[in-house]
Design a protein around this ligand. Structure first.
Ligand SMILES: CC(C)(COP(=O)(O)OP(=O)(O)OC[C@H]1O[C@@H](n2cnc3c(N)ncnc32)[C@H](O)[C@@H]1OP(=O)(O)O)[C@@H](O)C(=O)NCCC(=O)NCCS
Length: 188
């Protein structure tokens, strides 16, 4: 017990937050693979794959952070900024935030977020956005603690096109010549 407590304190103090480097790409990707499985992040507009990590690293490397403990990647934050035409306001979007489950609730997520926020303040950002699934209670608890509020619900609909195939111009239905209509499946 005493050993666990001492180790936990050491972790808090030994964690280093720094900008992601080329060598971190693979460990970040593999850690994300463990965290962002299809049932945890089921929407397609945000899919965890190697392109996601590489693209953010190439386009927004100054907003890609890693948390390291004993030289090992134990957490990361990947984000970007958004400026809208005719708006003086600059926004930030913290797209991916993850901490190795063996290190959860040690304050690493908070350290990563505070670092990210400090960078965004320097950039003149006025609002930071995050999003997560409604049932991701740990992330919701975390973001609330970081000061996020005004959650808004967003509903995803899906239309299943399998079986409808591409329609060739002028092609007729094989049987009667009538148009074949498939019913799309809508999930709520
Ligand atoms: C969300 C996540 C990054 C938090 O990282 P963490 O290092 O465990 O968080 P911290 O230890 O810094 O927690 C800071 C505060 O957040 C809150 N918090 C953290 N985990 C929580 C949980 N499971 N339930 C409720 N609140 C929680 C607590 O208030 C905590 O402060 P406290 O320890 O003083 O009470 C981590 O749980 C994670 O990697 N989840 C999977 C990936 C994910 O869902 N990412 C977010 C969407 S991209």
């Amino acid at each position: 017990m005493l050993h666990e407590k001492t180790e936990s304190k050491e972790k808090k103090h030994g964690i280093i937050i720094k900008e992601m480097e080329l060598d971190d790409l693979s460990p970040v990707f593999h850690l994300g693979e463990r965290l962002f499985t299809a049932d945890v992040v089921p929407n397609l507009y945000r899919t965890w794959d190697q392109y996601e990590v590489v693209n953010y690293f190439l386009s927004d490397s100054e907003y890609c952070l890693v948390a390291k403990w004993n030289e090992q990647v134990v957490g990361f934050a990947l984000g970007t900024t958004i400026s809208k035409p005719r708006s003086a306001w600059k926004y930030a979007y913290l797209v991916w935030l993850g901490v190795d489950p063996a290190y959860h609730q040690e304050g690493i997520g908070e350290k990563l977020f505070e670092h990210f926020k400090a960078i965004m303040l320097e950039e003149g950002v006025r609002i930071i956005f995050v999003d997560t699934e409604a049932d991701n209670l740990s992330a919701l608890g975390f973001f609330r603690k970081m000061g996020f509020g005004s959650p808004r619900q967003h509903i995803y609909l899906s239309l299943n096109l399998s079986g409808q195939g591409p329609r060739r111009h002028g092609a007729r239905s094989p049987s009667s010549g009538a148009r074949r209509v498939s019913h799309g499946k809508t999930e709520l």
